[in-house]
Unconditional design. Sequence first.
Length: 295
Amino acid sequence: MHQVKLPVGGALWMAASLLSFIGMAVAARELSKFMSIFEILFFRSLVGLIILSPIIYRQRAKLRRAHDLGLQVARNVVHFAGQYAWTVGVAALPLVKVFALEFTTPIWVSLLAFLFLKEKLSTARVLAAIGGFIGVLVVLRPGLDSIEPAALIVLLAAMGYATSIIMVKKLTLTSSPAIIVIWMVLLQLPLGLGLSLAQWRTPTLECVPWILMLGITGLSAHFAMAKALSVMEASIAIPIDFFRVPLIAVVGFFLYSEPLEIWVLVGALIIFASNYLSLRMEQKTPPASVPSSTG
């Protein structure tokens, strides 16, 4: 029997990614008590700018020669909207529900890639979309419980992230990943600042650790995920990534006394299984990758 080896380095990077995503959600939840969502996003970008400033300086010549600035701007407007919607969900919903619904992002990516990039919508991806829809219904339980508006906003966030991923795929034809991340910080910083001025509240010293945590984990989550995928197969990384859901459920229970809803976990498992089985089916034909959800 063929045994799948788990690279230790990849597993450690995935663990770092999991902890970063959880830390990012907790920091956003804490900051939402003191400031507006736009201000939270501004400070996330500000910390990112400080961390990336040495890289920005080294890449300044490439930034001045940007030939895809229009697409960079469009991508970051969409990504910023997705971040806003995700943070609204983090502030208003049980954290486990936010993470469960966020796992629909790969399904939206497949559908949008079919519509806008003319990629083949394989049987595996159709089944994943159907399974993901069933999982969402289990999480939201329409008709049994009233659907929180914030839950629908998180689904919009997943669609926004999926659209952003499609745009990133096009941007990689003209820009390196480093340049894409730098433009994300440079463009979203003034966007967050401008939109936060109307409701600006100067952060207290109590906010500073959470601001630093948000900015650092906002970068480390995606960096660690990228490093993990560089040394291990996506079919191994995705099941590890799913541990975000039960882990955030435990965090929400102990930090915020959020109930452990079994149907949210069941729905999340259905969404995960749909994504994972789709990936496994496609690996038996041409190689394909399923993008991870992103915050």
